[in-house]
Write a protein that binds this ligand. Structure first.
Ligand code: NDP
Length: 247
């Protein structure tokens, strides 16, 4: 059974993605940072549905913890052939004038460096040049990479812009190694992330500005991610799907 690693799978978009991938036959590695109970409840839900999953704690902004996570995956039955770089963070809405170097570094350490090093370790396991059988990577970016998130979190938006560049560059580096690398840019999705920005009801406030007149559900993003991991998208690499209700 092939393994799919989903970072930040204890809740939100990562949780929905993990549950869908398990239904599609993947053994899913449920990464989380702090909320072990939530991660274990995702594993339990997958097993209740007849699927296979295991939880792994690792703060992806810490290289040593990422290395330990991949070492743990190596000890599991099955080969890693899919990675979803989903874990991401943002902080209180504010203008750029109020941003500190410490905050910017924290955002980039998780969203950018964490995604890079997860890609690096995945490529070492999937690439033909390493004896792997190929695979697929999906980077979960954000519509913020296009809009810039002015007055809210330009630091977060810029980190997602960096992820889009990662998707492009890595897709070309490993195209001949049997690895496809694509991205998904969600719009406003109902998850707990907005509370971290200081506005739990943000999606409802902004829904009228979305062409489709509503926020998205995590499952709607999960389906795009799962499709990009599947053989249904076998000739697609370096592409980014906007899943933002027309925004
Ligand atoms: P949530 O805030 O609901 O969940 C975040 C997840 O990431 C949790 O599982 C959390 O683990 C994990 N996480 C956070 N930091 C780390 C870390 N350093 N190491 C490992 N795991 C970590 O987020 P969403 O589901 O809303 O977002 C998922 C992705 O989608 C993010 O990359 C986000 O930027 C992107 N996105 C979301 C949008 C939205 O409207 N919700 C819109 C556009 C993009 P734990 O539970 O242990 O804390």
């Amino acid at each position: 059974m092939n393994i799919a690693l989903v970072t930040g799978a204890s809740r939100g978009i990562g949780r929905a993605t993990a549950i869908l991938l398990a239904r599609q036959g993947w053994r899913v590695a449920i990464n989380f940072a702090r909320r072990a109970d939530d991660a274990l409840s995702v594993v339990a839900e997958i097993e209740r549905q007849g699927g296979s999953a295991f939880a792994i704690q690792a703060d992806i902004s810490d290289e040593a913890q990422v290395m330990a996570m991949f070492a743990e995956i190596d000890r599991q039955p099955g080969a890693l052939t899919a990675l979803v770089n989903n874990a991401g963070i943002l902080f209180q809405q504010t203008t750029l004038e109020q941003l500190t170097a410490e905050r910017i570094s924290r955002v980039f350490a998780t969203n950018v460096t964490g995604s890079f090093i997860c890609c690096r370790e995945a490529v070492k396991r999937m690439g033909y040049h390493h004896g792997g059988s190929g695979g697929a990577i999906v980077n979960v970016s954000s519509a913020a990479a296009r809009t810039g998130a002015p007055g809210e979190y330009v630091d977060y938006a810029a980190s997602k812009g960096a992820m889009d560049t990662l998707t492009k560059g890595l897709s070309l580096e490993v195209a001949a190694q049997g690895i496809r690398v694509n991205g998904v840019r969600p719009g406003f999705i109902y998850t707990e992330m907005h509370a971290d920005g200081g506005e739990a009801q943000r999606v409802d406030r902004l829904a009228a500005n979305i062409p489709m007149q509503r926020g998205g559900q995590p499952e709607e993003i999960a389906r795009a991610i799962a499709w990009l991991l599947s053989d249904e998208s076998s000739y697609i690499t370096g592409s980014i799907i906007d899943a933002a209700g027309g925004r």
